[in-house]
Design a protein around this ligand. Structure first.
Ligand code: NOJ
Length: 532
């Protein structure tokens, strides 16, 4: 089933990952919320796009306080999304098409409605009391530490019944599990086994850097760089609530479960500086195969900044550690809104010609933009708790735009979030018929990447180019490619180029053009050139 053209690499190294946000991909039932049969009905889009694996954000039973990242049963499917039988059908259909299926795994916290937490909070002597993080108040009755919730307010909530506080890195409806308790570890590792046995090819592991907190309950230091307008949680430096050393033992345990099944992938979600992130590969690569690299999301969109990032990241990788790149997800403003549509094409070319595994967020392939959500329609608890700072994630989670019909073909019912107003023009059907669309560009780039392993697994070699141009070469087994990306709205010419053939331009109007010495790059144009 390995569709990779680089046989010496695993599927998750040479392949492309595509993130599906199930609530917003395709609704089959008419309730306005996407579901598993809906995803199944749209698999052919992923095949024609050319990706290798789908990662589904959580599909488990959940009160949806954080839209599925508050799990109340790890081993089932939320009826909104379908049933376990629907899931089995989806896995089979994914595999039939030569694709892989990656699920989201949320180990840091459960829902407050999870039976484990219900039992834990029932009394101080409950057998599951120690499955969560319970602490006494300080003598004055206040919270045990100054720790803050990512979603606003204290990270501690008082439980009047048992007279203690419990800790939650996110919402109070998302109590943190106590991974120091071996029973918790066992129960959570069993969850991985459950899904691996059902045929899942890997996991994206949520909020892994939050898994442990300081046992001595030290207060977090004040962040002197905090300014109004920033998330209130950033008032403190998370020295004692994030990236604690114990996390690596837990990751290694998850990895051992995955390894017992063979050919699976473990991807970790950790927003950390490059030097800290590298530890998540684990000692001798016994940690995550791919600790998500989110640095392109926050690096200024400028050639010097981006090439400095690429080189720093490449240089920091542990021996054998496999790189990966992310340009968008369900938590971040959309690419085309951050960079504009023209540079979103440049970003696509960058993502799909860098060494390592790219992850594409649904809708980026058609250049979807953030959709304004009126305040009475806000769903995201972060926006509700901390309104007006632009932290809300609804705008990037609106329904996928399939065609120019009602609700963009997403649902026959009222969608849970508004459909973009430009959906009659910006949709898969319209773009599939347009050879110059961004969808056509994604398809062309992925096709080229698949045909030419140098673009996925080849060495990365930076090139110096003129102002506003990011340029690099990719080399593999005698094949050499040059990528030149004009990150500005002004035309530029590149001189002193080796001879070659221009294979793809982001404008999709130049194909197989000979290049020797000079190349005129138009405003916002990027090119991939095969060198002789
Ligand atoms: C990261 C997820 O991507 C985000 O959507 C969620 O709110 C938090 N983790 C908490 O699970």
């Amino acid at each position: 089933m390995n569709r990779s053209r680089s046989p010496e690499h695993a599927w998750w190294q040479s392949g492309v990952v595509y993130q599906v946000y199930p609530r917003s991909f395709q609704d089959s039932s008419g309730d306005g919320i996407g579901d598993l049969p809906g995803i199944l009905s749209r698999l052919d889009h992923l095949v024609s796009l050319g990706v290798d694996a789908l990662w589904l954000s959580p599909i488990y039973p959940s009160p949806m306080a954080d839209f599925g990242y508050d799990v109340s049963d790890y081993c089932s499917v939320h009826p909104i999304f379908g049933s376990l039988a629907d899931f089995d059908r989806l896995v089979a259909a994914v595999h039939e098409r030569g694709l892989r299926l990656i699920l989201d795994y949320v180990p840091n916290h459960t829902s407050d409605r999870h039976p484990w937490f219900q039992e834990s909070r029932s009394s101080r002597t409950s057998a599951k009391r120690d499955w969560y993080i319970w602490r006494d108040a300080r003598p004055d009755g206040s919270e045990p530490t100054n720790w803050l919730s990512e979603f606003g307010g204290s990270a501690w909530t008082w439980d009047a019944t048992t007279g203690q506080y419990y800790y939650h890195a996110y919402l109070k409806e998302q109590p943190d599990l106590n991974w120091r308790n071996p029973d918790v570890q066992r129960a959570m590792l069993d969850v991985l086994t459950f899904w691996f046995e059902r045929g899942v090819d890997g996991f994206r592991v949520d909020a892994i850097h939050h898994l442990f907190e300081d046992e001595r309950l030290r207060d977090n230091p004040v962040n002197r760089d905090w300014r109004s307008g920033m998330s209130p949680a950033r008032r403190l430096i998370r020295a004692h609530t994030m990236d604690q050393p114990e996390v690596h033992g837990a990751i290694a345990a998850m990895r051992r479960v995955a390894d017992a099944f063979g050919d699976r992938v473990m991807i970790g979600e950790a927003y950390l500086p490059i030097d800290r992130l590298m530890a998540y590969y684990g000692v001798d690569l016994t940690g995550f195969h791919l600790p998500f690299n989110f640095h392109l999301l926050s690096t200024p969109w400028h050639p010097v900044a981006v090439s400095t990032l690429i080189e720093a990241y490449e240089a920091a990788l542990p021996p054998g550690g496999w790189p990966n790149w992310v340009l968008g997800n369900h938590d971040r403003s959309r690419l085309a809104s951050r960079l504009g549509l023209r540079q979103a094409r440049i970003a696509a070319m960058l993502l799909l010609t860098l060494r390592g595994t790219p992850t594409i967020y649904q809708g980026e392939e058609i250049g979807m933009t953030d959709v304004p959500v009126p305040s009475d329609k806000v769903q995201d608890p972060w926006e509700r708790n901390v309104p007006g700072l632009g932290l809300g994630r609804d705008p990037a989670r609106t329904p996928m735009q399939w065609d120019g019909g009602r609700n963009a073909g997403f649902s026959t019912g009222e969608p849970w979030l508004p459909v973009a107003r430009d959906a009659d023009a910006v949709n898969v059907a319209a773009q599939a018929a347009d050879p110059s669309s961004i969808l056509s560009l994604y398809r062309a780039l992925i096709r080229l990447r698949r045909a030419e392993p140098a673009l996925s697994v080849g060495d990365y070699r930076p090139r110096s180019a003129g102002e506003n141009i990011l340029s690099y070469e990719r080399h593999h087994q005698g094949r050499r490619f040059l990528v030149a990306l004009n990150m500005s709205g002004e035309s530029r010419s590149l001189n002193g180029l080796p001879a070659g053939r221009l294979l793809v331009s982001t404008a999709l109007d130049r194909w197989d053009e000979p290049v020797s010495d000079a190349l005129a790059l138009r405003a916002d144009e990027g090119c991939v050139i095969a060198l002789q």
